[in-house]
Design a protein around this ligand. Sequence first.
Ligand SMILES: [Zn+2]
Length: 254
Amino acid sequence: MLIDIHCHLDFKDFEKDLDSVIERAGKAGVKAIISAGVNTESNRKTLAIAKKYPLVKAALGIYPSDALKMKDSEIDKEIAFIKKSKPFAIGEVGLDGTYPEMEKQKIVFKKFIELAKELDVPLIVHSRKAEEEVFDMLSAMNAKKVVVHCFMGKLSLAKKIREKGWMLSVPCIVENSTQFQEMVKEINATHLLTETDAPFLAAEKGKRNEPAFVKQSVAEIAGIKGVSAEEMEKMVFMNYQKMFMAGKRNYSVF
Ligand SMILES: [Zn+2]
């Protein structure tokens, strides 16, 4: 009953063997993979992948650095396309302090927060080096369904995210990152999800990541929480259903 709520199956890294990547995920017990688009081309590829593989659900969005390369009119056009495509979730969107033009990033992010609310789908958020800003914007706009992916901010802020009823998704690097281990320890299991961010962030540095690898993350999280891997899988699965499936009748994970 594994879940990968954030990866990028449209990336070149999977061009040659996507069939076997998805087959391995299925064999490992993965029940849903949410693949996130990052720009116009990536969104279309993601939709095609989700159409082809029942295991894959499409999240659509514009990644902060991709948004900076687009004109305002192009961004609006893409947002209209995303709206029309009825995605499973909105993402990957957010703010990134390692890129310039934070004001423009905020304008785009605001549009996506509005869109997610309008479509009533979860928002999968990127918050690298802009964790406080992301939290403040989501709070100010009263966002309801939020998953903060690969959250690297302070533990006190992670707790505030949890108090809002939003969820934090734990990447595979939890296996060797004390920061993520600490977060898992402190955040209630009712608010944790799992992700790979594949092809990135494999537990083993330099290796290509893939959805099947959430199995090891769940084992690690279970160890920290002092429960069996099976129990942890069930908990994450329930969190996934609560966040993503509430009110959705057209989707089935089995
Ligand atoms: Zn990502």
